[in-house]
Write a protein that binds this ligand. Structure first.
Ligand code: ADP
Ligand code: 5GP
Length: 207
């Protein structure tokens, strides 16, 4: 049974850092590589962070109902392909999605058991420091990201978990703990415990 983990956060909160650690340090997970119409940034490679496509191709794929969810974020389309879930299910892996609040809402409708996690920087000041330290964005972009963050964080209450990324080590451990704990929910272990119970049944029968 595949568990779906939705992770959202305002830009600069540490989502990529934490998701990369989660993927590297915990097994049986697969990351959904989204489709987007935004242009590659810096060192981004096709097929790793994203599949980069043109607007008309994205719209054709919407028309063919290829996306599990899609949204327009900062003027670009982003979407999760249906195959992401199918592949995870076929391989028996849990699926990690890095998507925005609109996409998270669509996925909750389609997959009510999906687990959602919202990541927050500890304060506006720390968020600004991190955006500057990453030194990827101009002053204007940083100002816009801070204004967007103020709006986006209002949505934290729609999520199952809210992770404040103060100390990186602690936040990374907590994120792993969430995934580990979700994996031992009764509905997920039912199949695994049946053979265990069967061994007790045989004892009861005197075998
Ligand atoms: P996002 O993916 O949410 O936009 P990043 O993962 O790129 O954010 O993190 C933004 C910057 O903050 C990066 O330079 C990253 O190394 C740094 N960072 C992430 N988490 C922490 C933390 N807990 N303490 C200090 N710096 C952090
Ligand atoms: P960026 O362009 O900075 O990589 O991502 C911008 C925003 O788009 C982030 O909030 C990210 O979570 C979101 N995003 C990335 N992929 C998807 C997707 O497939 N669907 C949706 N709805 N949002 C996405």
């Amino acid at each position: 049974m595949t568990s779906v983990f939705i992770i959202s956060a305002p830009s600069g909160s540490g989502k990529s850092t934490l998701v990369n650690r989660l993927m590297a340090e915990l097994g049986r997970l697969t990351f959904s590589v989204s489709y987007t119409t935004r242009k590659p940034r810096g060192q981004e490679v096709e097929g790793e962070a994203y599949h980069f496509i043109e607007r008309d191709e994205f719209e054709a794929r919407i028309g063919r109902n290829e996306f599990l969810e899609w949204a327009e974020v900062f003027g670009n389309y982003y979407g999760t392909h249906q195959s992401a879930l199918q592949i995870a299910e076929n391989k028996g892996l849990d699926l990690v999605l890095d998507i925005d609040v609109q996409g998270a809402a669509q996925l909750r409708e389609r997959i009510p058991a999906a687990v959602s996690i919202f990541i927050l920087a500890p304060s506006r000041e720390k968020l600004e420091q991190r955006l500057r330290a990453r030194s990827q964005d101009s002053d204007e972009v940083i100002r816009r990201r801070l204004a967007d963050a103020a709006r986006e964080i209002q949505n934290y209450s729609l999520y199952d978990y809210v992770l404040v990324n103060e100390d990186l080590e602690e936040a990374a451990e907590t994120l792993k703990s969430i995934v580990r704990a979700e994996r031992v929910r009764r509905v997920r272990v039912e199949e695994r415990i049946r053979p265990i119970l069967a061994t007790f049944d045989r004892r009861a029968l005197g075998e």
